[in-house]
Ligand binder design. Structure first.
Ligand code: PEP
Length: 250
């Protein structure tokens, strides 16, 4: 059986609770007959509000980050236990904004990945190269390192709870999208790396999302590629007008 398409919206640091509730409710209505899998990831402050709206629907609730420890003296952090309590099912980890603006390294991301998996969350592990790394011909090396280090110590039995999101950093929020062919080449490579680490069967099953300026007018072309199994959408996930056509691409 083929892999499902999985479309996720990362709302980043946008929306008050009232705005988040309005968007979440509209998406529940619009996507209830949607053919793919869906997730929305509001900011921490809106999780409780959105949780009540997406509960028992076909939209999963995601968080955009978590602390690397279960609890304790970690001012300003949010723990997996608190996310569980809010009904969160999935956690986005290693987003490029966390890696580059907040200096999260692979070791920290790996700690979070293992903690989230231990607590039975789905993990969306984001990887991707900077423009200068692409220009220096280092795309595969960078992505491979992020995968190998991000998944270090992750058991094969937990891999079914892992999604990889390939997000070239130069394409995030810039309006520049990788061509479907360029994205496909990296996705195929990512699957090869997973096959080497976890075997062919696991590699065939793993969902690899593409992220980076996905819009209604480029979603279908990207999804048509053999190894692109969905999208992690930032800017275009903030409005029903732009997220719904992506989520319902055919
Ligand atoms: C993202 O932040 O994960 C992302 C892909 O953003 P955008 O769609 O706005 O490029």
């Amino acid at each position: 059986m083929g892999r499902p398409y999985y479309i996720a919206g990362n709302w980043k640091m946008h929306k008050t609770r009232a705005e988040a509730a309005e968007l979440a409710q509209a998406l529940v209505n619009e996507l209830k007959d949607g053919k793919h899998e869906y997730l929305i990831a509001p900011s921490f402050s809106c999780l409780e509000t959105v949780s009540a709206i997406v509960e028992n629907t076909n939209i999963r609730l995601g968080a955009q980050n978590c602390a690397c420890e279960e609890q304790g003296a970690h001012t300003g952090e949010v723990s997996v236990l608190q996310l569980k309590d809010l009904g969160v099912q999935s956690i986005i980890l290693g987003h490029s904004e966390r890696r580059h603006s907040y200096k999260e390294d692979d070791a920290l991301i790996n700690k979070k990945v293992k903690l989230a998996l231990k607590h039975r969350f789905e993990v969306i592990l984001c990887i991707g190269e900077l423009l200068e790394e692409r220009e220096a011909g280092r795309v595969e090396e960078v992505c491979e390192t992020q995968i190998v280090r991000g998944l270090e110590g992750v058991d094969a039995s937990d891999l079914s709870s892992v999604v990889i999101a390939y997000e070239p950093v130069w394409a995030i929020g810039t309006g520049k999208t990788a061509t479907p062919e360029d994205a496909e080449a990296v996705h195929a490579f990512v699957r090869k790396v997973i096959a080497r680490l976890y075997g062919e069967a696991a590699a065939e099953k793993i969902i690899i999302q593409y992220g980076g300026s996905v819009k209604p007018d480029n979603a279908a072309q990207l999804m048509a590629m053999k190894n692109i199994d969905g999208a992690l959408v930032g800017g275009a996930s903030l409005k029903t007008d732009t997220f719904v056509p992506i989520a319902k691409f055919s």
